[in-house]
Design a protein around this ligand. Structure first.
Ligand SMILES: [Cu+2]
Length: 159
């Protein structure tokens, strides 16, 4: 009885209440979001957390979306006080037990050749490709980016 109860409680906790998260294998993708960009902007970023509850490291190898002609993994580097984006070579590793946050000003998924900028409140599909866990499709929610004093890309934002 006690075991059953424990399982029931564990099940409840694992339920994605109102949260916007996805599970693939040992990985959990938390709250994929983007920020609204000017209509003519050719790029946008996607951000989310990756939690690895497995015993082995996994690696985000790449991503794709019908919204963009290509999708890259990027990071920001501080180059003598200037934040620059650079493509991440070889993928983004998530260690066992780690929760990695992709966020503005740091690691992010970069959508290039965006055919039509989504508006705040929209969502768009993004497929993430992991070395071990395989592919997972998530909906990226577009949040209002108008409060940002600079292009959303170049500034960290508390989230
Ligand atoms: Cu970028």
């Amino acid at each position: 009885m006690r075991t059953l109860l424990a399982i029931a409680i564990a099940g409840l906790i694992a339920l994605p209440a109102a949260a916007h998260e996805y599970t693939v294998g040992a990985l959990k993708i938390g709250h994929p979001y983007s920020r609204a960009m000017p209509p003519a902007a050719p790029t946008t970023g996607a951000f989310f957390s990756i939690s690895n509850s497995g015993k082995a490291a996994d690696k985000l190898l790449g991503a794709s979306s019908p919204l963009a002609s290509s999708v890259e993994l990027h990071t920001h580097l501080n180059d003598n006080g200037v934040m620059r984006m650079r493509q991440v070579e070889g993928g983004i590793t998530v260690a066992p037990g780690e929760t990695l946050k992709l966020a503005p000003g740091g690691l992010h998924v970069m959508l290039l050749g965006v055919k039509q900028q989504p508006h705040a409140g929209d969502k768009f599909p993004l497929t993430l490709k992991f070395e071990k866990a395989g592919d997972i499709s998530v909906d990226v929610k577009v949040e209002d980016g108008s409060a940002m004093p600079m292009p959303p890309h170049d500034m960290p934002m508390p989230h």
